[in-house]
Design a protein around this ligand. Structure first.
Ligand SMILES: [Cu+2]
Length: 216
């Protein structure tokens, strides 16, 4: 085992403990399975908030979301880890085929997101949902479940917020336009557990949230 792989396994084992994974061995095995995955390229010019984009413009964001970071874990113990000082995360709100009121990364619904402490993070939300009330945003802070119907923001320990974004404009995915929100923030300098959730009334309460873990 090379030193860099050993270091990485240690990091992941630490994270595994943090998020309650069964064993270091299981974590290492799942890590091995995700190595060498092709990674999408982050589009250079992000769409402006409130300006709808076409399906063709949404595609690169979806591809990036499905490939960036290291996917770990199985079943309910699912996580996507982002290492480094400069991190770009794209979350999709209700990717096609996903359950209602969920966030997707790597097509995992509401995975644990793990980032390096102190990293500069650009977080982008692409809303692929459809329907009048399927408005979604993201808040990251210390406030965890259970959530009330209305979660007043800012919450305790809030570190990031993407304002509510509108649902896609038509039933058909190909002819629809999509709304995107982006924010940039710095991850806390010390390890800790935070939560990301949707601030649209009722959504976090219905399960639209996940853990946001700051690693060493
Ligand atoms: Cu929502």
């Amino acid at each position: 085992m090379t030193r860099s792989i050993k270091r990485r396994c240690t990091t992941i084992a630490t994270l595994g403990v943090t998020i309650g994974m069964a064993s270091g061995a299981a974590v290492s095995a799942s890590m091995a399975g995700s190595r060498g995955m092709p990674m999408g390229t982050m589009p250079k010019n992000l769409p402006k908030a409130g300006k709808p984009i076409a399906f063709e413009a949404a595609q690169p964001l979806i591809e990036y979301s499905n490939s960036a970071g290291m996917r770990m874990g199985h079943g309910r113990r699912k996580a996507v880890m982002f290492e480094g000082r400069n991190i770009h995360i794209v979350m999709v709100a209700v990717e096609p085929g996903s359950p209602d009121q969920t966030f997707e990364i790597h097509r995992l619904a509401d995975p644990v997101i793990a980032v390096s402490a102190g990293a500069k993070i650009t977080l982008t939300l692409l809303n692929m949902d459809y329907g009048g009330t399927m408005i979604h945003g993201v808040v990251i802070g210390k406030a965890g479940p259970p959530y009330k119907t209305i979660v007043t923001v800012p919450v305790a320990g809030q570190i990031a917020e993407i304002p509510l974004t509108m649902p896609r404009t038509s039933q058909s995915f190909r002819t629809s336009n999509y709304f995107v929100g982006t924010t940039t923030f710095q991850a806390p300098s010390s390890p800790g557990r935070y939560y990301y959730f949707c601030q649209m009334p009722g959504h976090a309460k219905s399960g639209m949230y996940g853990q946001f873990v700051v690693m060493r």
